[in-house]
Design a protein around this ligand. Structure first.
Ligand code: AMP
Length: 417
């Protein structure tokens, strides 16, 4: 079924063609018809599925039909959990709305940067707003906008909005919206808080769940390389140079590690920058822009970059440090292999972290072969899997390896039995 069969306006079809989207993704196939009819939607959708287009086209079509030339009364509000997602979604909507006439104004607002320029840009109104909840409330408090004319509300990555503690802000924003509106609700998972919100928010919603079909499942090769902790940076340098990787996203456990590894790569004449929550928003935006424009080869990031980021043509993701949880592993490796491209996800593992990796593998029913690179063979190897406890004393995947104290406690418990 081509995009032309949905009854989209010619301006929108032209923009879809500009983006070279030849056919709709499964989530777009399922979500576009009901959303274009004005129905509420409850969609299970992951980042990478094409969900942004699935809500952006109905939002744009509705505005195009409803208000050609009317004053810029904020009519479509899209709430997202993070600054990066706000920028990404806003850009996609601007691209898809590029041929609309008169042009629609799309505003992108998020916290962590000065509010004044955002207020200035809102003078004269806006048609569409993509916002993180906290900054939206600040702007309302400054009388920079009103939600009284919103006809479409989109919640994108609703589960993350809750994860990041936006429940109160969401409730306040919802209380300011007119009752009569279309709601498009997207979430990757449906924990109780998200279900409860969906129940109160949505009217007779169409449920859209797209099973990850083989053809839409990302094509990611997962590999594991054994290396001593102290030699990981050298190995990373070696791999980047030897494989001529054009763009690499490297995940580390701490902000300090991000700075340190980036510094060492730069000393090895690799263009690298850290990306973590302590950097200013300006710096984060700059790093991402440089990365996307190939001015930067390597980004060393904490898990702040694990979710939601969409970097086209990112062939390699490296877990320099393993993620804490199996879920974070999925999010991290999902940064590569997007929109039908192939990707490699490499994890470094040492004798100390092998048990943790086995738990991640178990959680995902994976069994990844351990590889070694010539010249970087580890001096110590992990204990064989059979010797590992099924469930460590500290409660599994999210935990750490038992400390000395944990082991002493376990030994004391043994002798008391
Ligand atoms: P999203 O799930 O919205 O983050 O989208 C993931 C990626 O898929 C983005 O890079 C989009 O540009 C791309 N994309 C969205 N729709 C299509 C389509 N129909 N065909 C090809 N790529 C698409």
């Amino acid at each position: 079924m081509p995009f032309s069969s949905f009854g989209l306006s010619s301006a929108l079809l032209r923009a879809v063609a500009d983006k070279a989207y030849s056919k709709p993704t499964p989530i777009q196939l399922a979500a576009l018809p009901p959303a274009l009819q004005g129905r509420d939607l409850l969609a299970t959708a992951q980042t990478g599925s094409g969900k942004t287009v699935a809500f952006a086209l109905p939002v744009l079509q509705r505005l195009e039909q409803a208000a050609p030339g009317t004053p810029r009364l904020l009519s479509a509000l899209i709430l997202v959990p993070t600054r990066e997602l706000a920028a990404q979604v806003g850009e996609e909507i601007r691209n898809l709305g590029a041929h609309l006439s008169p042009p629609l104004k799309v505003s992108i607002v998020f916290g962590g940067v000065s509010i004044n320029p955002q207020m200035m840009r809102l003078r004269g109104g806006t048609d569409i707003m993509v916002a993180t909840p906290g900054r939206l409330i600040d702007l309302i408090a400054h009388n920079a906008l009103t939600l009284a004319n919103v006809t479409t509300l989109v919640l994108d990555e609703a589960d993350r909005l809750f994860d990041l503690g936006f429940a109160e802000e969401l409730a306040r924003i919802l209380s300011l919206l007119p009752a009569q509106r279309q709601n498009l609700f997207f979430s990757a998972t449906f924990p109780p808080a998200v279900q409860a919100l969906a129940q109160t928010l949505l009217r007779d919603p169409v449920r859209v769940t797209v099973a990850s079909e083989p053809e839409s499942a990302p094509d990611i090769v997962q590999r594991v390389i054994e290396v001593d902790v102290a030699r990981r940076t050298q190995l990373l340098l070696h791999l980047i140079k030897q494989n001529h990787w054009s763009r690499v996203l490297v995940f580390v456990a701490t902000k300090h590690a991000a700075e340190m590894v980036a510094d060492k790569l730069r000393k090895g004449r690799i263009n690298a920058e850290p990306f973590h929550g302590n950097l200013s928003q300006g710096k984060r935006t700059q790093v991402l822009a440089d990365f996307k424009a190939s001015r930067l080869k390597v980004v060393i990031a904490t898990d702040v970059a694990a979710r939601g980021l969409d970097i086209a043509q990112l062939p390699v993701v490296v877990n320099y440090d393993l993620p804490r949880s199996a879920l974070d592993y999925t999010h991290r490796i999902g940064r590569t292999g997007r929109a039908g491209e192939r990707g490699i996800a490499l994890s470094f593992v040492s004798a100390d972290s092998d048990a943790h990796l086995r738990l991640i593998e178990k959680n995902h029913s994976l069994s990844l072969a351990r590889e070694q690179v010539d010249g970087f063979e580890p001096t110590s190897v992990a204990a064989p899997a059979a010797g590992l406890p099924e469930s460590p004393a500290n409660g599994g995947i999210k935990g750490r390896r038992p400390s000395k104290k944990d082991k002493l406690r376990a030994a004391a418990a043994q002798t008391q039995r």
